[in-house]
Design a protein around this ligand. Sequence first.
Ligand code: PLP
Ligand code: ZN
Length: 419
Amino acid sequence: MSEELVRGLKCRLCGKIYEKSPLNFCTDDFGPLEVVYDYEAVASTLTKASITARPHNMWRYRELLPIDGEPTVGLNVGGTPLVRADRLAKALGIAELYIKNDAVNHPTLSFKDRVVAVALSKAVEFGFRTVGCASTGNLAGSVAANAAAAGLEAYVLIPDNLEQGKVLGAMIYGAKVIAVEGNYDHVNRLCSQIAFKFGWGFVNVNLRPFYAEGSKTMGFEIAEDLGWRAPDHVVAPMAGGSLIGKLLKAFKEFETLGFIPKVSTKMFGAQATGCNPISNTVKTDALKVRPIRNPNTIAKSLAIGDPADGYFASQLIRDSGGWSEDVDDDAIVDAMKLLAETEGIFAETAGGVTLAVAQKLIAQGRIDRDGSTVLCITGNGLKTQEALIGKLGRPPVIKPNMAEFEALVGSEAGELVGA
Ligand SMILES: *Cc1c(COP(=O)(O)O)cnc(C)c1O
Ligand SMILES: [Zn+2]
C-alpha cells in the first residue's frame, strides 16, 4: 500500500534520484542520500484522525517512514512521554518547558531504537540476513536487541573505550560485539569496508538513508503531544548531526500535510566541548566542518569527530534562526544532577549536554524565556554511570538502630507522627 509513497533516494548535493536500495551516497559526487516521498499520495491516506486512532508507538506515522510493507522489527518502539517540566523551567527562569523523554524508549532506553526499527525493517525487506552497525554506544545495544528479537545475526563494532553499561548492554543479546582500537571515526571507516565487502546491512552505513528517517518520529510525537503544533525552540544533542535535521523535517512534513500551523521553530544543537565539530562550525560561521581528531569527553555517545551530517546540521541551525553551543564535562555532570533533582529523570551524559547547553543559550538570550522549549533527552543515565563515580559522594553507613539514625539526621529533623 505505502509502496508508492516513497519516490526514491535523492542526493542532497546534486539532486540525482536513485531507486530505493541499500546505498548511502551519490555515486557521482559522494553526497548523502535522503528519502523522498510523494506528499500528495501521503495526504490522501494519512490524516490526524487516522494517526490518533492507532497505538501509541512510532508506527502510527508509518506512511512517513520508508518501508514498503508492514514493519517487522521494533513494533513497540516510540510513544515516549513529553513531560511538562515546570520545576526545571523555574530553575532555568523560562515559561514553558518540556522534556521529550527517550531515556525510557523501548526496548533499549535511547532514541536509537527509532532509527534501528526502521533500518532493520528495511533490512528484512531488502533480504539481509546479517546486519551491523558502527556505534558510539547506544546504537550497539539497540541493533543487538532488535536484531535478536527479529532473529537476525548482528555484528556490532564499537570504540574500545566505551562505558561498561553500553558494552554489556549489547553483549547480553548475543550479538557479535567487536571493540576496535581507536575512536568512532576509525570504527565507522572499517564498517564501510565490511559492509561493502561482506554485503551486510549496516544500519548507519549502507542503510543510513532509511535509518535516519526513524528519527523523525521523535519530532512527530513532540508536535502531536503539544496539541498539533511545533515548539518555538528545540534543543537536541548532536553526534553525527542527523537527529536535529530529522526533527525539523518532521515538523515541516506535518506543516506540508496541513496537520500543524506554519513552522518557525529555532533549532539548537548541543555538543560537548571535548568533541564539538558542529557547534564550532556554527559559532565560527565556517562553511566547512573541521573534524576533531581526538575526541575527549564523558559524553561518549556524542563523540563523533567527523560527523556525517555535520555540514547540513550547521546549515539548518543557522537557517532556522537557532544556534549551537558546547559545554565541558563538569557542566555536563551538574546538568545531569539538575535534571534528576528537578524532574526525577536520570539521563545519560548526552542529556547533561543538552540541558547544560540550554542553560547557556538562555543566559545568552538566544532562547527566549517566554517561548515554548523542548529539550530532547535521548539516552538513559543507567548506561553511563562511570561519569558519576566520585561526583555524588557515598551514602553514609549506620548500624540498624535509631540512635545512629538520629545522630546522623538530628532528632529535630523528623516530624512527629501521631503526636
Ligand atoms: C546517537 C545519539 C545522539 C545523536 O544522534 P545523531 O543523529 O548522530 O546526531 C544523541 N544522543 C544520544 C544519546 C545518542 O546515542
Ligand atoms: Zn549527487
